[in-house]
Design a protein around this ligand. Structure first.
Ligand code: SAH
Length: 211
């Protein structure tokens, strides 16, 4: 039986982006943040035995957390081949620690736009759209197409937009988890060594129609 602490420790031992790319806004979710969200979801019976898609999977921390907690299958969807290399290394690492995933995952070298499966849950920490405008919108729209349950990370400052687009697609903002995100200077364009930004994870649930 895995505890929240076991999960956080395992996630903290995963490899990060080797060579983070500016235009793709590649930042790994912090292990504690990932553990908080995925643990919450697990306790809400949303993970064990379920189909999960990890959009913009990067080095895989969110999807791997779901695998550790017993997801039936995780689709890792990522367009950057270098990130996928690290993701594969991370799955190998976790396997060395004794977790057996076998056929429980599929790594898809794809733009999220081209993903067509239906899943029980989408988890995503998409680009925040500061480099490529509306990148976050594209991820949300695709997530709504694929699942009735979506966990999505965004800058807290975009809350009004997230609420509006969710309402447009008939999704309820069921819960908001707030985090302070100290972003280290991984990219040259950042002037400060560490910049703290406020990030929220939104739990979005499709509103059932009675018709
Ligand atoms: N989910 C990971 C990585 C977040 S960074 C984590 O939580 O740590 C966002 C990731 O989305 C990057 O790896 C980037 O390469 C990927 N990405 C950006 N646009 C994408 C797109 N259109 N399709 C698939 N992946 C994309």
């Amino acid at each position: 039986m895995v505890s929240r602490k076991d999960l956080a420790v395992s996630l903290s031992r995963l490899k990060k982006f080797q060579n983070p790319k500016l235009m793709a806004e590649q930042y790994s979710t912090y292990p504690d943040v990932a553990a908080d969200i995925i643990w919450h979801s697990y306790l809400s019976s949303e993970i064990e035995g379920k189909l999960v898609a990890d959009f913009g999977a990067g080095t895989g921390i969110l999807g791997i957390a779901c695998l550790i907690l017993g997801a039936k299958k995780v689709f890792f969807v990522e367009k950057d081949i270098e990130a996928i290399k690290t993701l594969k290394e991370n799955i190998e690492l976790v396997t060395e620690w004794g977790y057996a995933f076998e056929d429980n995952y599929e790594i898809m070298h794809l733009d999220v736009n081209d993903f067509t499966e239906k899943v029980d849950m989408v988890i995503e920490n998409p680009p925040f759209g500061t480099k490529i405008k509306h990148a976050d919108k594209k991820f949300l729209e695709k997530a709504f197409e694929c699942s009735d349950l979506v966990y999505s990370f965004h800058k807290t400052s975009t809350e009004v937009f997230i609420k509006a687009i969710s309402a447009d697609f008939n999704y309820n903002v069921a819960q908001i988890f707030d985090f302070d995100y100290p972003l280290k200077k991984t990219h040259d364009h950042h002037k400060k060594e560490v910049e703290v930004i406020k990030v929220s994870c939104y739990k979005l649930v499709k509103i059932e129609s009675n018709t």
